[in-house]
Design a protein around this ligand. Structure first.
Ligand SMILES: *Cc1c(COP(=O)(O)O)cnc(C)c1O
Length: 460
């Protein structure tokens, strides 16, 4: 054994203790760490030859890289839609690496059954039915891609073609209809060979990001019975708008379509009685995407995908080979998603659900939604600031006087908060998205103050 490896094996308890102590110090300072100022460039180092051992690597990481890492796990990183890691999720993630299971198959380990249990807990939490099966993937992009791939196969089934076997050329274009599809849907359509142009935007309701169901019905009618995929949104990124899933489901009596719901973070509306109506009908979807590294607050990267047609899923993703078990009964996970080898990604989610239950996670949703409302109310009292949409759930979308990029940079460089830009109905705007388990009302107040200062310096 290489001498550094042999030494680290002997010294493992002390090395893990040192790593734990360092992580504890990092997390203790997280709430006050500068959130995301522009980092200084790090001088590249050459490929190590002899190696420095774990202790040496830790010292080098701490010195060279850690100072420039953002506080994205903390309470005032409100860019994109970003979660942190609950204590239990962090513990579960550490143990994922310690056990280092390959959940490609069910042989010789309970790991796959643990993933199945976690998926069934999530299915119940999001109000899906027993006919929804699921699997873990790396993020909502992969979850959307998986759901759309199954929808692609379903379209082929309707027309007597196996896309998995014959390829998309045997089928031709599959129309994909959506009101305000997330960018990852465009990307997935490109990867799946369906093409970005297969996405046909459907009119949204006036001043909204929710699809106009009457316009959707017209678009479906114009297809003359050709199968299509409808991508419904349960929580858009700008204004957290929700399509009327019940009304869309009712269209299935008249038109053949696969209903995929992108509920990346909006799915968490199901956890609280005040907001559950927003995802009413989710259980009727053919495939559903929910991100877990956002509002469930498990570490990157983690999402779940659900479908009611596991047979078509296996048709698309099967990975049969002489040395792998034949597909009987519950398929191995390598037959369900784009990956073959995969980590026990479910363990962090299992830990946080086991530790805090639905109640604990509903409290995170309720508290972060309250923080978003508080931010919205207080921002709208600042001169020139205008909310571009009511705060429906956990995102505040607002316009400022002056240049958005300049204001955002001033906020970020204050170290107090991090927000991201967008364009809503043609207007440049800022977004603050709340999904971190640590965030409280006092954080919203600090963000208001940071925006007020940024405005007073950039457009006095
Ligand atoms: C975040 C998000 C995605 C993409 O998620 P990743 O986890 O970054 O792959 C897709 N759809 C919606 C609505 C999202 O919010």
């Amino acid at each position: 054994m290489h001498q550094r490896l042999a030494h680290d094996l002997d010294d493992l308890p002390a090395l893990l203790q040192a790593t734990r102590d360092y992580a504890t110090r990092v997390l203790a300072g997280l709430a006050e760490r500068p959130v995301a100022p522009t980092p200084a460039a790090v001088e590249p180092a050459p490929l190590p030859v002899g190696g420095a051992g774990t202790a040496g690597a830790l010292a080098e990481f701490e010195r060279r890289w850690a100072p420039g890492l953002s506080g994205s796990a903390g309470p005032r990183y409100l860019g994109f839609v970003t979660g942190g890691a609950t204590p239990a999720a962090l513990a579960g993630d550490w143990l994922t690496a310690a056990f280092d299971q390959n959940v490609s198959n069910r042989a010789g380990s309970t790991a796959a059954a643990l993933e199945d249990e976690t998926v069934s807990w999530l299915r119940d939490m999001f109000g899906l039915g027993p006919d929804h099966a699921g699997a873990f993937v790396s993020g909502a992009t992969m979850s959307n891609l998986t759901g759309l791939a199954i929808g692609r196969e379903w379209s082929g089934e309707r027309l007597g073609v196996s896309v998995a076997r014959q390829g998309l050329a045997a089928l031709g274009e599959i129309p994909v209809l959506s009101g305000a599809a997330h960018s990852s849907v465009h990307k997935a359509l490109s990867v799946l060979g369906m093409g970005r142009a297969s996405l046909r935007p459907v009119r949204t309701l006036p001043g909204r990001e929710a699809v106009d169901v009457a316009a959707l019905a017209d678009a479906l009618a114009a297809l003359d019975g050709r199968p299509a995929i409808v991508v419904a949104n349960a929580g858009t990124v700008n204004t957290v708008d929700f399509d009327d899933l019940r009304a869309i489901l009712a269209l299935r009596e008249r038109y053949p379509f696969w209903l995929h719901v992108d509920a990346a973070f909006g799915g968490f509306a199901a956890l609280t009685p005040e907001h559950a109506h927003l995802v009413d009908g989710l259980g009727g979807a053919d495939s559903v995407c929910v991100d877990l590294h956002k509002w469930l607050n498990v570490p990157y990267d983690s999402a779940v995908q659900f479908t009611r047609r596991r047979d078509l899923q296996v048709a698309v993703f099967q990975n049969t080979a002489a040395y792998l078990p034949a597909i009987t009964g519950d398929p191995d996970h390598c037959h369900l998603t784009p990956e073959n080898s995969r980590r026990l990604r479910a363990l962090a989610a299992w830990f946080t659900l086991a530790a805090y239950g639905v109640d604990g996670h509903a409290e995170i949703v309720t508290r972060t939604v309250a923080a978003a409302h508080r931010l919205g109310e207080r921002l709208s009292t600042l001169p020139g600031v205008e909310l571009l949409s009511p705060v429906r759930l956990n995102v505040v979308c607002f316009a400022v006087p002056g240049d958005v990029a300049t204001v955002l940079r001033a906020v970020a460089d204050s170290g107090e908060a991090f927000l991201t830009p967008t364009v809503l109905h043609g207007r440049p705007a800022l977004r603050a998205a709340f999904s971190n388990w640590r965030t409280a009302g006092a954080d919203a107040d600090r963000v208001v103050e940071a925006v007020r200062k940024a405005l007073s310096t950039t457009c006095p």
